[in-house]
Design a protein around this ligand. Structure first.
Ligand code: GLC
Length: 727
């Protein structure tokens, strides 16, 4: 194509998009000009549906009256069409938008986000989010309240499961990937939906790890640690954002003009929707920053909220909105909602397609991806004497632990429209795998073994003549996610007793850890020969875990979050600052505990393989880098074993001297690479010099000249270093 033609085409396309945008703008103004204040406030409100996806009569009435913007939880072409018909029969004919918490899958459930992040494979996360969007949109859900962009450093906080762990760079990569997966290039497409970054910001710092609690986080820590994943998500095009329940520096995020206007709108240029969390506006009364619900609604509107979910405070504020400024805020919020609905294509296609829904839901390709994701999320924490993979000679496999056959728990928290009966458990997967070539010994935990008067069996007796034993321990699905904060993150004594009894049999065994958070499992780490962290792996957790246990998949997962030895160490992360007296073994007067080591049980970035890799120190192409340049280096990765495998090469920096106390190491880049047995691959890295800077207490970003230590390795604790100077 010749340049003039190409240039002309580009100009024509730009003109087309501008004209369409103008046309949309004109349609929005035409609609807005005819709405009453009540109808406008109705557009700023989403109400909830039943857990099963149906609508509530009182909400159908709101739709029929034309004072409802949309719902969340109502899903499926049936129920949504019934409500949509009501909305399109009103005076203004504005379609409803149907939202839902599609956090790690709609009907096909993928590993929980923290588990998916353990793959260190953002492309995988994007593919999973794309499937979630395809199934959701087929069910006429066009807005998800995901991805969670929270940085979490406290495993007492059950919602640590919803994000991508403790590191800003890893979390940014996964947040952006999930936004791309949900939204694609056009959110009006029949297989895409609008994303929502949440919970903005700092909710992972809830004091004591107790959900909804005060988050005492500095503005510098917000900028350095908690903002980056949100900024990455916005740069990826996220159409909406949800403030957290927390109060930041004493001001609830839901009524925080600095957060929602100065940072979000003015500094970052966000033009999308700010949607409240569930009844978060009404909870401003609990925070005691609003005397009543109607005033809470007015405060939220003035702080920068566009849409309220579940509560009706902004609607109740109607009587207070009697001045030009408030009315302008309402009009601008309605403009953003209408623009969202046009962008989603809801004015052109307000209904779902039952045929598309039937074809998309639980498509075999989706289940195949879910199995791949479950396997890639697994982290091999320990594997002494090659206990894993299970040898082919093992024909009698005993599987113990209730979680091994718990269809609901393996889906984890926020299970979308997932149905437990769709899940394939580990017991079922191993049975399918062995077929007639072996036997699975599984006694449902607590079941009576034969006669009613005998005590319930835990399966240990039945396992005595097995060739190999798998013990599954961890958290039930209702122990993880929102409102599941725990003061102890130990395993239940009953599970420890079970592992103790299996260990005493003296047979080869491996422990599978199913959990939504790090757990303090020091005794397991000391006692068990092999431990595979499987998280809550979703609908296809069973086959995915089995693929790893039997060696079809060589595990390559790495921890996205630190596993502490004790809850008393929390918060414990890899990127802590050096302190005034860094630990010196044997020196009393240095930063340490008198009763436990400072080090974690397993560090951020840790994960083993069935093979072994040698990673070189970073080979810099220059030792002196201009402040506006790029740090370029290579790393060679050698697979020293006899199995092909993936390795996640991690690159960390340390700023040797700065104005603030900077972390002892900071992840700046990572790559998951495949290395055939016996081969060596070279991995190229680039880190823009500007990424080496840091935030000052006064809110400015600073890049100092000086020396940096560059570290590369297979975990935050296994690194080899080099150094360079920034000019
Ligand atoms: C919940 C959660 C939020 C979710 C919302 C709607 O309380 O905090 O993540 O999107 O309510 O279900």
């Amino acid at each position: 194509m010749t340049r003039p033609f190409c240039l002309t085409l580009s100009l024509l396309l730009t003109a087309f998009h501008t004209a369409r945008a103008d046309e949309t703008g004109q349609r929005i103004e035409a609609i807005l000009s005819k709405l009453t204040l009540e109808e406008k406030l109705g557009q700023l409100r989403l109400v909830d549906g039943h857990a099963g996806g149906g609508w509530k009569p009182q909400h159908m009435a709101l739709a029929q009256a034309g004072v409802l913007g949309g719902t969340f939880n109502v899903r499926g072409t049936g129920p949504t069409s019934e409500m949509q018909r009501a909305a399109l029969s009103t005076r203004h004919k504005i379609p409803l938008v149907f939202a839902f918490d599609v956090v790690h899958g709609y009907r096909t459930i993928f590993p929980v986000p923290l588990g998916e992040a353990a793959s260190w494979d953002p492309d995988l996360a994007e593919r999973c989010a794309a499937v979630a969007a395809k199934e959701s949109r087929a069910a006429n859900v066009s807005w998800t309240f995901a991805p969670v962009a929270d940085i979490a450093r406290d495993p007492r906080w059950g919602r640590i499961v919803e994000g991508s762990g403790e590191d800003p760079v890893l979390s940014s990569a996964f947040t952006a990937a999930r936004v791309h997966g949900f939204q694609g290039k056009d959110i009006s497409a029949p297989d895409r939906m609008m994303a929502c970054l949440k919970h903005f910001a700092g909710s992972g710092e809830a004091e004591g790890g107790r959900d909804y609690n005060f988050a005492d986080v500095s503005l510098r820590a917000l900028r350095e640690t908690h903002f980056p994943p949100f900024l990455a998500g916005l740069k990826a095009g996220a159409g909406s954002i949800m403030p957290s329940f927390s109060a930041i520096d004493g001001v609830p995020a839901t009524s925080n003009p600095w957060l929602l206007q100065d940072v979000l709108r003015k500094e970052w240029g966000f033009e999308g929707i700010v949607v409240s969390d569930y009844d978060a506006i009404g909870q401003l009364v609990n925070h005691r920053v609003a005397p009543s619900w109607d005033e809470a609604g007015q405060i939220a509107l003035r702080s920068g909220l566009d849409v309220e979910i579940w509560g009706s405070c902004m609607m109740q504020a109607q009587g207070l909105i009697d001045n030009a400024d408030d009315l302008k805020l309402v009009d601008n919020a309605v403009r953003r909602v209408l623009r969202m609905k046009f962008s989603l294509g809801l004015f052109d296609k307000p209904y779902g397609d039952p045929a598309r829904e039937k074809e998309a839901i639980l498509h075999p390709d989706h289940l195949k991806l879910a199995r791949e994701a479950a396997a890639k999320s697994c982290v091999l924490l320990k594997n002494n004497n090659q206990t894993l993979p299970i040898p082919p000679a093992a024909k009698k496999i005993a599987i113990l632990g209730a979680l091994a056959n718990d269809k609901l728990s393996q889906m984890g928290s926020w299970t979308g429209d997932g149905h437990a009966e769709d899940s394939v458990t580990l017991v079922e997967a191993v049975r399918q795998r062995l077929g007639n070539n072996g036997t699975v010994i599984y006694t449902p935990a607590g079941s009576s073994s034969g006669f009613s008067f005998r005590k319930p069996s835990d399966g240990v007796d039945e396992a005595k003549d097995a060739d190999y034993i798998i013990v599954v321990v961890g958290e039930n699905g209702d122990m993880t996610g929102e409102a599941t904060s725990r003061s102890s993150i130990d395993l239940p004594q009953q599970q420890l007793d079970l592992v103790q009894k299996v260990s005493a049999l003296g047979k080869p065994y491996a422990v599978v850890l199913m959990t939504g958070r790090p757990l303090t499992v020091g005794w397991l780490a000391e006692t068990c020969p092999a431990i595979l962290l499987a998280w809550h792996g979703g609908t296809m957790a069973g086959p995915g875990i089995a693929d790893v246990l039997f060696g079809d998949v060589n595990p390559a997962g790495k921890l996205p979050v630190t596993f502490p030895r004790s809850v008393g160490q929390i918060p414990l992360t890899y990127n802590s600052t050096p302190t005034s007296r860094p630990l010196v073994e044997g020196d009393k007067w240095t930063s340490k505990y008198t009763d436990i080591k400072n080090s974690p049980l397993w560090p951020f970035g840790h994960g083993l393989s069935y093979t072994s890799f040698q990673i070189s120190p970073p080979l810099l192409d220059k030792r002196t880098i201009p402040h506006d340049g790029t740090v370029r280096f290579k790393v060679s990765v050698t697979n020293q074993g006899e199995r092909d495998g993936d390795e996640v090469v991690q690159a960390y920096i340390q700023d040797d001297v700065a104005f603030v106390t900077r972390p002892i190491k900071e992840l700046k880049a990572f790559k998951r690479v495949s290395v055939p047995a016996g081969k060596t691959v070279t991995v190229d890295f680039e880190i823009p010099s500007k990424d080496l800077g840091y935030w000052m207490p006064n809110g400015t970003y600073r890049l100092d000249p000086g020396t940096f230590t560059l570290m590369t390795g297979s975990s935050s604790a296994q690194v080899r270093s080099s150094s360079f100077s920034l000019q």
